[in-house]
Design a protein around this ligand. Structure first.
Ligand SMILES: [Zn+2]
Length: 364
């Protein structure tokens, strides 16, 4: 009996020990399907039940983001698809609206845009996205590019700050865009800018610098200190976690997502894995997981689901395990960060729920 009691005590002590260790321990690939996750940056263009069923099987919820991007369906169609998705999958989907900037130098633009945003928020949008067409496409009457801190947008962003509407901002491009192809740090940037020389800023020195885009975005945030801001794509500060840390320190109301910039993090992991890991632990309340998976025109849900699962599992492996494995962005294998479970729970769910309160609840 005595022996049994002490064994039981030892067992209990072991259980307590493993609970204490659990928060610090990492998830494994076996946990991938079990843990509830949010992909806070993707682009769905129709209801795609096969995709939604696959996402649900993998315990993934999502934020689908409307973007005024010529390769995507018209904004009104994107919004209608988002509303239908939310109606059919209220606990799995949330959506962010956007607005066109053409004609933003005309007096009618501001009231029309306010109306458009109000309508979207009433229809369930949980935030509003601005894209790189501001800063890289839209031109003023003087022929100059209009930056994100332009006076024409100020009344709108004043509204957002006052009403607590999250602004999702994608300004500029990855820093690689301003480098010659051979100096780019990841293969997908090199392939993209090789195929799209019109967007490769290294070839267009007359266009604003990367620094100019970052400065305009920072002036916008400085002018709206309380505005809830989600810097898409690591706020285009993907080249260095030190620069990103300085941004997060400077703007305490800002958070960032990792969408489409995980390759640049993996590139930094090659050089100093511990530095990247320490960044994720120190800023564990400020970073949202997102994939930037985008539904291609006419792509059916099953095909999209297949593509998404590969991407999602690769990302999970990088953030959660210490495996060394090959990724398409890099020529050499990368070693995963093996982040603690509580950090991953924030990265993959809790930070998105805080950035977009109530977004994945069923609304009456
Ligand atoms: Zn995107």
């Amino acid at each position: 009996m005595r022996h049994l009691v002490s064994s039981f005590a030892a067992l209990l002590a072991g259980a307590v020990f493993s609970n204490a260790a659990a928060a610090d321990a990492s998830y494994t690939m076996a946990d991938y399907g079990r843990v509830v996750k949010i992909d806070a940056h993707l682009h769905l263009h129709n209801v795609a039940p096969a995709f939604m069923a696959a996402a649900r099987r993998q315990n993934f919820k999502a934020l689908t983001i409307n973007v005024d991007y010529p390769d995507f369906p018209p904004l009104d169609d994107q919004q209608q698809a988002a509303i239908e998705l939310k109606q059919q999958f209220p606990q799995d989907i949330a959506w962010a609206a956007s607005f066109p900037v053409d004609g933003s130098d005309q007096p009618a633009w501001l009231p029309a845009t306010r109306h458009r945003v109000d309508t979207a928020l009433k229809a369930g949008a949980v935030g509003v996205k601005v894209w790189k067409n501001i800063g890289m496409g839209l031109r003023g009457k003087d022929g100059q590019l209009v930056m994100i801190d332009d006076a024409r947008f100020k009344p709108l962003f004043d509204d957002f700050a006052r009403r607590g509407v999250p602004l999702l901002g994608h300004q500029g491009e990855p820093h690689n865009c301003w480098l010659p192809l051979e100096q780019m740090t990841v293969n997908n940037d090199r392939a993209y800018f090789k195929a799209h020389p019109q967007y490769h800023m290294h070839l267009h020195p007359e266009m604003p610098s990367w620094e100019a885009h970052m400065a305009a975005r920072d002036r916008l945030l400085a002018a709206h200190p309380g505005m809830r801001f989600i810097g898409m794509h690591l706020a285009s500060l993907e080249r260095d976690v030190g620069e990103l840390a300085a941004f997060l320190d400077k703007f305490p109301a800002a958070v960032v997502d990792v969408a489409a910039r995980i390759g640049q993090l993996q590139h930094q992991s090659h050089k100093d894995r511990e530095r990247v890991r320490r960044f994720f632990i120190k800023y564990q309340d400020r970073i949202l997981y997102g994939s930037d998976i985008a539904q291609a025109p006419g792509q059916d849900g099953a095909a999209l689901a297949k593509e998404a699962e590969g991407v999602w599992r690769m990302h999970w492996r990088y953030f959660n395990t210490a495996d060394s494995f090959k990724v398409a962005d890099l020529d050499k294998p990368v070693t995963g960060l093996a982040l603690p479970r509580d950090v991953v729970d924030k990265l993959y769910r809790k930070n998105a729920e805080r950035a977009f309160p109530g977004a994945w609840e069923a609304k009456p």
